[in-house]
Design a binder for this molecule. Structure first.
Ligand code: SAH
Length: 276
């Protein structure tokens, strides 16, 4: 009886232990697993951050996104220049957009940046860059620095990039970012793009990323003979145009496609804001 009693107590303890482990171990595993899930989600959310030893791929998440962006949106729409495609695959576009839009940085759309402006859709950046017909030794003027992304795409493909931005906050923030990212051949000016940058003219190529109602004459003046300018022109209806300056100084233009850009404004139209 005693033995039996002990046996039955041991039996009960044994059953209790087994039952407890059935409850505790799965609960522990579940807890542990969900903590890891949170940790991973945390790394995903802190894009552009320092990363951590237990998630070595966290800083690299964007490379796959950039590869898909190029395959689907750019090469997939007929842009073939291998150097341009490689630059677009290896430039971290998410660093040029505000934190809250970083996870959309590689999607097929323009995105808001500070001061009510936008970073162009990846395909439009690629299309305009490919129409510049770059060979590698050009001095390029960009009007509308914005986030600095277009300038960053141009930088590895040309000799020098001069870029002008009319909103002071954007000129400052993009200059800071481009310096942090160690671009050495991009020069940012806070000023009015309608005036161009006479100290560095003439330019082999000019790219305008805001739409003036007409082709700005001072920009045509600052284009080198044999040079080319790509710009959107128009108010409600806009066309992306190529302006060629021939060796004799005469110009001709071609329409590339219909587009939608923010307007190219004059200094008196710029509303000072504290935004970001
Ligand atoms: N190239 C940019 C896109 C910028 S959107 C990028 O890669 O992110 C157009 C930019 O043109 C805006 O930042 C706007 O402030 C700027 N802009 C508008 N009118 C301008 C002007 N007259 N001179 C210089 N920049 C101008």
């Amino acid at each position: 009886m005693y033995t039996k009693g002990i046996c039955s107590k041991q039996f009960i303890r044994g059953v209790t232990a087994v039952l407890t482990s059935f409850i505790i171990i799965p609960a522990f595993v579940l807890l542990h697993y969900s903590c890891n899930m949170d940790a991973d989600a945390g790394h995903q959310a802190s894009v552009g951050g320092g990363g951590s030893p237990d998630a070595p791929a966290a800083d690299e998440w964007w490379k796959e996104e950039a590869r898909k962006m190029v395959d689907n949106q750019i090469a997939g729409r007929g842009i073939e220049d291998p150097e341009l495609l490689e630059v677009m695959r290896t430039t971290p576009r998410h660093r040029f957009v505000p934190d809250r839009y970083q996870r959309f940085a590689y999607s097929d759309q323009p995105l808001p940046i500070a001061h009510g402006q936008t970073i162009s859709q990846p395909y439009i950046v690629a299309l305009m860059t490919s129409h510049l017909s770059l060979t590698g030794d050009e001095k390029v003027l960009e009007i509308g620095t914005g986030s600095g992304y277009q300038a960053a795409i141009l930088a590895p493909l040309v000799e020098e990039v001069y870029t002008i931005e009319i909103v002071e906050g954007l000129a400052l923030s993009s200059q800071k970012l481009l310096e942090e990212m160690e671009y050495k051949n991009i020069h940012v000016l806070y000023g009015d793009g309608y005036q161009g940058w006479p100290e560095h003219a003439p330019f082999d190529r000019i790219i305008v990323t805001a739409a003036p109602p007409q082709i700005p004459p001072r920009l045509v003046e600052q284009l080198k003979p044999g040079g080319k300018m790509i710009l959107p022109v128009g108010k409600n209806i806009q066309y992306l145009k190529a302006v060629y300056k021939d060796m004799d100084g005469s110009t001709r233009e071609e329409v590339i496609t219909g587009v939608r850009f923010v307007p190219m404004v004059h200094p008196e139209d710029v509303i000072p804001t504290d935004q970001e």
